[in-house]
Design a protein around this ligand. Structure first.
Ligand code: CMC
Length: 393
């Protein structure tokens, strides 16, 4: 058994070479293709970020217009897919619906199975980026019992998404540019994060040559967990449970108690041992959105700010370098935009789809690519003889 390095949780194993995203966890730096996340989030838009992650460079104006057009052409979902939704219980968690419906796309796009063809890889990438918001909005509409809303290709990515979620046939809908901008920024912040659990899942699934839609469904399943993308929903649940700032010390004490499994959701990160740069931008966006909505006194925001202050001055959190992560503030903003908690991780999935597909594409195009196949340290029984059932004592 001495041939392998034992590395549970892969804390010190690089699984691949990548040119896409760089993180310096000690300094709190995050770069997409070399560009700092704050510059992209403040100045760019989500489709531009998609182009950058997929192709490695920021697009020229002409390239951007062409890319936007090509993505937009794929926003519709096959009409037959509508029936897929009605197979779910109406109170199904939207993430459960996402895992199923996105996986089912592999049954609609057989041509994508030919991953050796660069054209098919490109079309699969565009389809995935374009259809995720449509599927996510349908999962939401299904959960609230409202009719599905078709995509509106005259709108930009995020305004269209909000329209598909929040417009109803009986009322006129005007996209609010402030909401759309905030949504776009949230998508940019979540677009990629190198070899996190869900991205590693997509790469591992893809390394066998599986259909890319099925690989993304595997990534969605992994993202769902509360230690990963599910943390935004869990963080808001926690803030609501705390309710008022006077109850914070009780919860901080629980988080520090090793006999209590409770953790401060939205705190800590495997790689960041400094403030998560995404959390900084997210906090600023939360203030902007709540300010514009006249909700600056939102009690949950007050609890969050106070909790952050108390935790960051506490020995336990300082010693372990536990800072707020992106999920700490995103829930408060998404709630202000009108999303229920059950949709938070779905929105994360919409954004991360581009990261997953860019990483999948990079892997498939890597000439050194081999199937991912970790080894183990076997600690079970040594070899023994089979005993017939009647002879077993
Ligand atoms: N609250 C209280 N204690 C914590 C927390 C927390 N949120 N996070 C870590 N710790 C403690 C942990 O108990 C351990 O203490 P000790 O050394 O005394 O045993 C120490 O800090 C190191 O923690 P770990 O579990 O070994 O760290 P990890 O790298 O395996 O886990 C993590 C990282 C993000 C899963 C973890 O910090 C956590 O569970 N955080 C809460 C969930 C969360 O917010 N997840 C979102 C992550 S960012 C977005 C995303 O990835 O989707």
């Amino acid at each position: 058994t001495g041939h392998f390095t034992y590395d549970p949780g892969f804390t010190s194993t690089a699984s691949c070479e990548s040119q896409i995203t760089y993180i310096d966890g000690d300094k709190g730096i995050l770069l997409y293709r070399g560009y700092p996340i704050d510059q992209l989030a403040e100045n760019g838009d989500f489709l531009e970020t998609c182009y950058l992650l997929l192709y490695g460079e920021l697009p020229t104006a002409a390239e951007k217009a062409d890319f936007d057009y090509r993505v937009t052409r794929h926003t519709m979902l096959h009409e037959q897919m509508n029936r897929f939704f009605s197979g779910f219980r109406r109170d199904a968690h939207p993430m459960a619906v996402m895992v199923g419906v996105v996986g089912a796309l592999s049954a609609f796009y057989h041509d994508s199975t030919d991953i050796s063809d660069p054209y098919q890889r490109m079309v699969a990438s565009l389809r995935m980026i374009a259809k995720m918001p449509t599927i996510a909005a349908m999962a939401y509409k299904y959960s609230v019992g409202q009719p599905f809303v078709y995509p509106d290709n005259a709108l930009d990515f995020s305004a269209n998404f909000l329209k598909m979620c929040f417009s109803v046939p009986c009322e006129e809908y005007k996209p609010n540019p402030i909401y759309a901008k905030a949504m776009d920024r949230i998508f940019i912040l979540h677009a990629d994060h190198e070899q996190n659990a869900s991205t590693s899942t997509v790469r591992l699934a893809g390394s066998s040559g599986a259909n890319p839609f099925a690989c993304i469904a595997a990534g969605i399943a992994c993202l769902w967990g509360p230690a990963h993308g599910g943390a935004n929903e869990a963080a808001l649940n926690m803030l609501q449970e705390i309710g008022t700032p006077d109850r914070i010390p009780e919860f901080v004490a629980r988080a520090k108690d090793k006999n209590d499994p409770f953790r401060l959701m939205g705190f800590g990160h495997r790689v960041y041992k400094n403030y998560d740069p995404r959390a900084r931008i997210m906090q600023q966006t939360t203030h902007e959105v709540l300010g514009q909505l006249g909700m600056s006194n939102d009690p949950l925001l007050q609890v969050a700010l106070e909790l952050e202050k108390i935790a960051l001055s506490d020995e336990y959190f300082i010693e372990r370098k536990l800072y707020p992560n992106i999920d700490f503030y995103s829930g408060i903003t998404l709630r202000a935009l009108g999303f229920p908690k059950s949709m938070f991780t779905v929105l994360f999935a919409v954004a991360r789809t581009v990261g997953w597909i860019a990483q999948w594409k990079e892997m498939i195009e890597d000439p050194g690519q081999r199937i991912g196949r970790p080894r183990q340290l076997y600690i079970g029984s040594p070899q023994r003889e089979y005993i017939p059932v009647n002879a077993r004592g």
